[in-house]
Design a protein around this ligand. Structure first.
Ligand code: BGC
Length: 444
């Protein structure tokens, strides 16, 4: 398998996110984000880590963009930290922050890389969170102001946009389970946040469409093939509920289908169907591409003790199947199947895999960062993606997660996903063997 098997215009890139790499979290005019405050709460992030310095990308972006280029990629995906532009979320502007993203974009363009910009990758300005954040309807108008500003400011130079990164990821972990910022819990918080996020996703896209000439607009969904533990009717229906939540809940409103209430009556209880009716048109947008982000499948078993969803994950390690350092099952076939599941919607006309990758306990052997498992992971997942593509799925790009080891949210700096190793004490970057594999792969 060579990269040329995917066609000459195929986009190959690496993906990153502001809060995970930038650092300079409380300096250079940036306002605090919910991750800056959440990481100060005891016990929330492993080992008490915080994103204050991260990879210091703020000062090292030239070196890092050069690395992306040297590895042979053509796309660099990064996100804008909302509170670096608007320290309080709206109102006063931080000019230094505005300039910073110009510098990053210019650096990409000068090196011949396509900048792909994510507008929201989980780092809500803290000031907005105090006013209810994603659970408050007021978030929609300030989000739109922020998007409008970015579209006008950077739209001449940036054509590839991702409105929101993984709506299910941050609304479930941050507003229902409380394990991500802002640490809120409860099903009602989740459904409120979900509704406003679904609206923001389409509103943001419409603003980009109106403001940016020749924009290529996408939004990025997390997804996982859902496999029932047994064929019992209880396990089958539990798996179906999880599929509704994890794979369909945010995608179908975009496609004009509304929230998938018909397949799970409980959603009606949370007035989701009523909201759908009110906002159905507003949540719809004809995206130029759908971003698919996949890491693992989930095996699901019925469990009456779990509120609402009544389902439970049977972990990979308990099933004794290969898994990453995160405990996530390695299963490339399931990547193929979830791509097909997304591609089966006639309204999905183009898929870009906007994230895929794995964390492992990398070893240093003879001064080299040896990570054969990561290379094998990429090879296997890419082969399955090629299979889907050869069967006619319109996949036009793939972005590896991620350029370098970084702040992995609640896991802190321990979980390493990079194809470049980062020493967080010295900020020394070292290309891993998987990075060299990518370089070789992309050269053919
Ligand atoms: C997120 C990334 C994250 C990665 C690995 C995705 O859900 O978009 O920010 O680091 O998964 O956990």
């Amino acid at each position: 398998m060579h990269s040329s098997d995917f066609g000459k215009d195929f986009l190959w890139g690496v993906a990153t996110a502001a809060a995970q790499i930038e650092g300079a979290a409380n300096t250079h005019g940036k306002g605090p984000s919910i991750w800056d405050t959440f990481s100060k709460r005891s016990g929330k992030i492993k080992k008490g880590h915080h994103p204050t310095e991260a990879c210091d990308f703020y000062h090292r972006y030239q070196e890092d963009v050069s690395l992306v280029k040297a590895l042979g990629f053509t796309v660099f995906r990064f996100s804008i930290a909302w509170s670096r532009i608007f320290p309080l979320g709206n109102g006063a502007l931080n000019n230094e922050g505005v300039l910073f993203y110009h510098h990053v974009i210019d650096e990409c363009l000068q090196q011949g890389l396509v900048p792909m910009v994510t507008l929201y990758h989980w780092d809500l300005p803290e000031a907005l969170s105090k006013e209810g954040g994603w659970t408050a309807y007021a978030i929609n108008s300030v989000f739109n102001d922020y998007v409008l500003f970015c579209a006008k400011e950077y739209g001449e130079k940036v054509k590839h946009w991702i409105v929101i990164n993984e709506p299910f990821g941050f609304t479930s972990l941050g507003y229902m389970l409380g394990v991500h910022a802002p640490g809120q819990t409860g099903v009602h918080n989740f459904f409120d946040a979900a509704l406003h996020t679904a609206i923001a996703q389409a509103d943001g896209a419409k603003i980009l469409r109106a403001e940016v000439k020749d924009a290529i607009i996408g939004t990025a969904f997390s997804c996982s093939e859902i496999i029932p533990y047994t064929q019992s009717s209880q396990d089958l229906t539990a798996a179906k509920r999880v599929d509704v939540l994890m794979n369909r809940f945010f995608l179908e409103p975009v496609l004009g289908m509304g929230f998938p209430t018909a397949d799970w009556e409980v959603l009606e209880k949370f007035s989701i169907s009523h909201s759908t009716w009110r906002h159905q048109e507003r949540m719809k947008f004809d995206f130029d591409f759908v971003g698919v982000q996949n890491y693992f499948p989930l095996v699901i078993k019925y469990n009456a003790f779990i509120p609402v969803v009544q389902a439970w994950e049977v972990k990979a390690k308990n099933r004794k199947v290969p898994h990453t350092a995160m405990g996530w099952e390695i299963n490339a076939d399931s990547f193929y199947r979830i791509i097909k599941q997304f591609a089966a919607y006639p309204q999905v006309k183009n898929i870009i895999v906007t994230e895929n990758g794995a964390a492992f306990h990398d070893k240093v052997i003879d001064g080299k960062i040896d990570d054969p498992e990561r290379t094998e992971y990429f090879k296997a997942y890419l082969a399955e993606m090629l299979k889907a593509k050869n069967e006619g799925v319109n996949i036009t790009g793939y972005l590896a997660w991620t350029l370098m080891d970084n702040f992995e949210w609640a896991e802190g700096y321990q979980a390493r996903f990079g194809i470049v190793h980062n020493d967080f004490k010295t900020q020394q970057r070292t290309i891993k063997q998987s990075g060299y594999w990518w370089q070789e792969f992309l050269s053919k």
